[in-house]
Design a binder for this molecule. Sequence first.
Ligand code: NAD
Length: 333
Amino acid sequence: MADRPKLVLAMAPDVLALVLPPALRARLDALADVHPVLVTDTAEPAAAAPLADAQVLLTGWGAPVLDTAALARAPRLAAVVHAAGTVKGHVRPEVFARGIAVSSAADANAAPVVDYTMAAVWFAARRALGTAADYVAGRQPALTERRGADGAVIGVIGASRIGRGVIARLRAAPTGFRILLADPYVTPAEAAALGATLTDLDDLCRGSDVVTVHAPDLPETRHLLDARRLGLLRDGAALVNTARGSLVDTDALTRECATGRIDAYLDVTEPEPLPRGHRLLALRNVLITPHIAGAQGTEVQRLGRHAVDDVERWIRGEPLLGAVHAADLARIA
Ligand SMILES: NC(=O)c1ccc[n+]([C@@H]2O[C@H](COP(=O)([O-])OP(=O)(O)OC[C@H]3O[C@@H](n4cnc5c(N)ncnc54)[C@H](O)[C@@H]3O)[C@@H](O)[C@H]2O)c1
């Protein structure tokens, strides 16, 4: 069809296969005129022709940065549809300034993070790691020492899309979790509507059995959990971090976990990856996974599906489901 929009794919080659398996690729081909050249570097001579015509860029992990120079090569560009979470890595303010529509698949990426967090919270609420560490050391807790999840207090930092997803799942659980929430952008009434009690971050640290971190990496969230706040956590409490490593002071966390006072379930660290031999990696009451909570493997096509859905909406002139607005950038991931 002559009126189909010109679409260019821009992501790492190995990502493309995961994002657009054959059935999704066929759907995209039916919607748009997809250029055969995959763009990974906008300055390469091979990128000139596809960018000159491109109306839609479908980006993914490994996408090139879209700055003034890249935009100058894409004079017809009207939409950037990202088949991954945050667009902050590659979409520069110039893109918004030019009125180009931007969409991300952060909603699709949030679902597996919520699942991962819930698994960690269930383990943490029963003190699985600390108990496992004791067991390796030859100690078994007496029945009266064992902790159950019923009535546990879960402190959620950030009513982000993932934080809200976690709160919804905590509420649906049969355990009667009590939920505390710390988020400067949420009112007490909004927190109550979510099913949580809005609280100051210090009180959340003091009052929770499990603290789970879901705020974005922003200048003001750096080391939100510093040595002082980690020191406020109850004996036997656990920290779950699936957000970003920068939100937690790694040295202070290592010191707290090394005493056995608190446990930690970490999908993200600072630095990431941790250097081989880092003390945190050797602690039995700390579980560290290498940033796998988001979509991976077979789940990555969820991101592609979200992107193709938004390409279709853009073609129809409908609002984009994953629309990203410049005004929100200072408080979103
Ligand atoms: N581990 C992974 O694989 C993985 C995958 C996706 C996202 N993440 C991370 O998860 C976190 C949440 O992502 P998201 O897409 O749900 O975020 P989001 O963009 O929805 O978060 C924005 C919200 O965070 C809250 N917030 C902002 N500043 C805050 C502060 N100082 N304290 C508390 N809350 C604050 C506000 O409610 C704001 O609206 C981010 O750190 C993101 O990078 C990790």
